[in-house]
Design a protein around this ligand. Structure first.
Ligand code: SF4
Length: 344
């Protein structure tokens, strides 16, 4: 396939994106969740559930309801196919295939897996430098705000203005009906887009180091990459034999582009595939930093898990965990007490 400028572009297959997961958790309502927050701090949720790194989608789910996120790790359940989410994933794939082929490559080590991600990022940025205006499904990673936590994500779409060199980021969201998202959904999407922007800009500014990558991802940067990956690197004109030398190229190429100047969310009607709403996202680094650090408090086991506020209690009605949720029980009891006092 070819991109919009007719330049050949391909992408090496990776299947571990969680942002558009096609599955949801179906819970066994009769079992109580196991208690996992250990206030004495022996093991944190980060070590327990996400050793190595967090996904951007972990943080956006946490933004919706932290308690729900925790139950998704701790309440026994089975993964069932959700046709609505599957359709959304298919739409993402269709769009991705419109700009490049997906090529399968043999993987022999963790270093290979990460080399593939680096190559996909590199190819996206190189496509811009070669005059392409569009890149889709761009892997991104880093340790934002000098915190010792690594975060990984996949940007839906980056647009490159060939005259000004300005880069814009757009997140695709599919919706069953042509209705505006709720305020809570808007906030969640905004957090996602701001995190992507922060991760991308940090790479452009040289804020991500080899040491941080190697340490968090437990990679040996000097380990020789597998033949399949080396062959794929060769097709992109690279003779790198290790992640160490590939990272030199990635960092160099990222330094050649500019930070993201525009962020938006595009809402697409699922049935027709038609775009019906574009919303610009105002990026606020201080707000993002504050929110991010608050969320890390949970991941590090420094504070107890939080469920939704009373004003967001409507979220509980369609939550898979409502029959086992202790937070909901406590809040309901609090409300009942207040109502009783109010009637006196
Ligand atoms: Fe969160 Fe409500 Fe679900 Fe509990 S029932 S996990 S508070 S959304």
């Amino acid at each position: 396939s070819s991109d919009q400028t007719g330049m050949a572009s391909s992408k090496v297959g990776q299947t571990d994106k969680t942002d558009t997961s096609s599955s949801v958790v179906s819970t066994n309502k009769t079992e109580r969740p196991r208690v996992i927050i250990d206030q004495t701090g022996s093991i944190s949720p980060l070590e327990d559930f996400r050793p190595g790194y967090l996904w951007v989608s972990d943080l956006t789910k946490q933004h919706w309801c932290e308690q729900q996120l925790l139950y998704s790790f701790t309440v026994p359940g089975v993964l069932v196919e959700d046709p609505v989410m599957t359709k959304g994933s298919n739409l993402h794939l269709q769009r991705e295939l419109a700009v490049h082929d997906v090529v399968k490559v043999d993987i022999t080590s963790s270093e290979d897996i990460w080399a593939v991600k680096m190559l996909n990022l590199l190819n996206s940025v190189q496509a811009f430098l070669n005059g392409s205006p569009l890149a889709r499904e761009v892997p991104i990673f880093g340790a934002p705000f000098q915190e010792d936590v690594f975060v990984v994500g996949l940007i839906d779409e980056l647009r490159f203005d060939l005259e000004t060199y300005a880069i814009g980021l757009s997140e695709l969201k599919t919706r069953l009906s042509r209705t505006k998202p709720s305020k809570s959904q808007e906030k969640q999407h905004r957090l996602q887009v701001m995190l992507y922007r922060k991760l991308f800009d940090d790479l452009v500014k040289g804020n991500v180091t080899k040491d941080v990558i190697a340490r968090h991802l437990r990679l040996k940067l000097t380990k020789e990459l597998g033949e399949g990956v080396q062959g794929e690197l060769g097709k992109s004109g690279l003779s790198c034999k290790t992640l160490d030398s590939l990272l030199d190229v990635v960092f160099g190429r990222m330094a050649a582009v500019t930070c993201i100047v525009e962020t938006s969310v595009e809402y697409v009607h699922q049935e027709s595939g038609q775009s019906f709403l574009h919303q610009d996202v105002v990026y606020d680094e201080e707000e993002l930093k504050k929110l991010y650090r608050h969320y890390l408090g949970f991941w590090r086991g420094q504070r107890a898990v939080e469920g939704v506020d009373i004003e967001d209690a409507w979220k509980c009605q369609r939550c898979d965990y409502k029959s086992v949720c202790e937070w909901r029980e406590v809040k309901a009891a609090e409300c009942a007490r207040k109502n009783k006092l109010g009637r006196r």
